[in-house]
Ligand binder design. Structure first.
Ligand code: ATR
Length: 272
């Protein structure tokens, strides 16, 4: 019988996940069907339960339900626990297991697809919300030289730093105003401003020579990307991260890692 998977979100119609997973399934010869399910804002857990009851084997979770997915899971991976959010759910003997593949997706995109090592690099993460929280630990695991979390509201960046207590490398926090005179080898925009087309109040000097500027949003040229390009940085949107987090979820569900490069290439050529 064909196994069923889905992405659950609100909104969800724009999601590329069905296209990505359908291609992964074809490529690896896996018999599965993957759909997009719109959950009512107040009905996430009901939607998950209904999908599981109807035979669903796994789910991706997107905005705004990742924190709820973390609470709903009866078991959590360490990386989901550290992120405080789950983007991947697996049904295992009637139990729902939560994981988070966003951070490893970002790391794999930077290291493998963009060929920019993270070890020894000075990293700046802009933003301290859910998106930032999901990627900070996996970035730290790559042993960068340093990691600074800068946020419009500096106190929120401090809270995220506090949540990293006990890790081998301690990140530091600051407000955007404290970035003047500092430069970084990798700058990651994990704020939500890219979605709104708003410019960030950041100094152009933050992009060191050879810097990689990474925008987590995909499918558009954001003001952050424009600023970074003008400052001479190598710029990437977040499409590769999306495909890599999906591949990691596919691996968890099916035990086989799909090739990401052809799928990423196809999506790019289709204008994603
Ligand atoms: P997400 O889950 O997408 O990270 P979130 O948890 O609401 O969403 O976090 C949004 C992030 O974008 C925060 O870091 C937020 O900064 P504040 O903590 O100061 O609110 C940041 N952000 C949103 N709009 C912004 C803007 N206009 N300028 C700068 N930062 C902004």
């Amino acid at each position: 019988m064909t196994d069923r998977y889905a992405v659950i979100g609100h909104p969800v119609a724009h999601s590329l996940s069905p296209r990505i997973h359908t291609r992964f399934a074809r490529q690896t010869g896996q018999d599965l069907r993957y759909e997009a399910i719109l959950a009512p804002l107040e009905g996430f857990s009901t939607t998950v339960r209904a999908f599981v009851d109807s035979g669903g084997r796994g789910m991706n979770v997107t905005v705004p339900f990742k924190e709820q997915a973390c609470r709903l899971a009866s078991r959590l991976s360490e990386r989901a626990r550290l992120a405080g959010a789950a983007n991947t759910l697996m049904v295992d003997a009637e139990q729902i297991v939560g994981d988070n593949t966003d951070g490893i997706g970002l790391v794999r995109d930077i290291v493998n697809n963009l060929a920019h090592g993270i070890a020894g690099q000075r990293i700046l993460v802009l933003g301290a919300g859910g998106a930032a929280r999901g990627v900070v630990h996996p970035l730290l695991e790559q042993r960068p030289h340093s990691l600074v979390i800068a946020n419009r509201t500096a106190e929120r960046a401090q809270l995220l730093v506090a949540a990293c207590a006990g890790l081998p490398l301690a990140p530091t926090s600051c407000g955007f105003g404290d970035l003047a005179g500092r430069s970084f080898d990798i700058v990651i925009n994990a704020t939500s401003v890219g979605l709104a087309d708003t410019a960030l109040e950041i100094p152009v000097g933050i992009f060191a020579k050879g810097c990689l500027a990474y925008e987590m949003v995909y499918g558009k040229n954001t003001p952050f990307m424009h600023l970074a390009r003008n400052a001479g940085a190598t710029v990437s949107d977040g499409l590769g991260m999306l495909v890599e987090q999906a591949a990691e979820a596919f691996l968890l569900w099916r035990g086989i890692r799909p090739e990401t490069a052809p799928v990423l290439g196809e999506l790019r050529s289709e204008g994603a």
